[in-house]
Design a protein around this ligand. Structure first.
Ligand SMILES: [Zn+2]
Length: 306
């Protein structure tokens, strides 16, 4: 297998990179996303591929990480926060523009794949990749292959209800999905900020709360402690079902160092096992995981979203 191109189609920017056979990035490029313009988005992605292929002097396989999911019913994009993609046959349109078959997967799944192939979960059989950012998502990779699922939602734990709600978890927050008490309404960055504000503190973002907790500010420490026990209860539910070897955290909150020892210590109290060997680790590739995972969709073991 020769060169692979991975594309990370985000809401504000489109990142692209060429990976050689060993997974090293040899060329990269980035363009602003033509927000709200579907045809221009397709043209920009195709243009990035052509530019990189000319620079690298290769014809590469192409994988694309997208928000949302590709409908298993009609192949059209659904659930994307870049709403101009919804209802569009993005894979087919890109294949026409690039004159080749491409592979496409949800961005959280690409994150999990990137970390499973040659990142923090390298060598592990079952890897759960978690996004803790503006939203809460996830992806499941088994033996370097994304588990897509019957409904293309495998790993979407963010819209499970928060397990074992305590007094301090009530009233259950309303989620944009229409339900109440979803894990995302407690574990996203905005949710942490809202929880801190609700406890009588000022309205600051999650990064600032983590920074203040590091400095020992009592209300920030308390907010982080509430966050950590919620995260531990939520991840324990995942462990009971798929029993991963490794859980890799991603998204903005994965930069909060205290989460790893705290959650590792708390999780066993909620898992149905006398011991918990699952490692909870930071990502190896950070922001590059989108392009890397997309490129690895053309790995002999990796599946595509059909
Ligand atoms: Zn929800």
């Amino acid at each position: 297998m020769g060169a692979r191109i991975g594309i990370d189609l985000g809401g504000t920017k489109i990142e692209a990179a060429v990976l050689d056979a060993d997974g090293r990035v040899t060329h990269r490029a980035r363009r602003a996303t033509p927000a709200g313009q579907y045809d221009a988005t397709v043209a920009t992605v195709a243009g990035l591929v052509k530019t990189l292929e000319a620079e690298a002097r290769v014809r590469a396989s192409v994988g694309v990480a997208t928000p949302g999911a590709r409908s298993l019913v009609d192949g059209r994009i659904k659930n994307a926060n870049s709403t101009c993609l919804n209802g569009r046959p993005l894979k087919e349109d890109l294949e026409r523009a690039l004159d080749r078959e491409i592979r496409m997967a949800n961005d959280a799944n690409c994150f999990a794949l990137s970390e499973a192939v040659d990142g923090a979960g390298a060598g592990a059989s079952v890897v759960f990749g978690v996004i803790l950012g503006t939203g809460v998502g996830g992806g499941v990779v088994v033996d370097r292959r994304i588990v897509t699922g019957a409904n293309a939602i495998a790993g979407e734990w963010g819209h499970n209800p928060l397990p074992l709600p305590e007094t301090s978890d009530h009233p259950l927050p309303l989620c944009y999905c229409g339900r109440r008490g979803c894990i995302e309404t407690y574990l996203s960055g905005p949710a942490l900020a809202a929880d801190f504000a609700k406890a009588g503190a000022e309205r600051v973002d999650a990064v600032e709360i983590a920074r203040r907790a590091e400095g020992g500010e009592p209300r920030a420490v308390a907010a982080m402690e509430r966050y950590e026990v919620r995260l531990a209860r939520s991840l324990a539910g995942v462990i009971n079902i798929i029993d991963p070897d490794v859980i890799v955290l991603g998204g903005g909150l994965s930069n909060v160092a205290r989460l790893y020892p705290s959650v590792t210590r708390l999780v066993p109290g909620f898992v149905f096992s006398d011991e918990v060997r699952t490692r909870i680790v930071p990502p190896a590739h950070g922001d590059a995981s989108g392009v890397r995972g997309a490129a690895w969709l053309w790995n002999e073991a990796a599946g595509e979203v059909r």
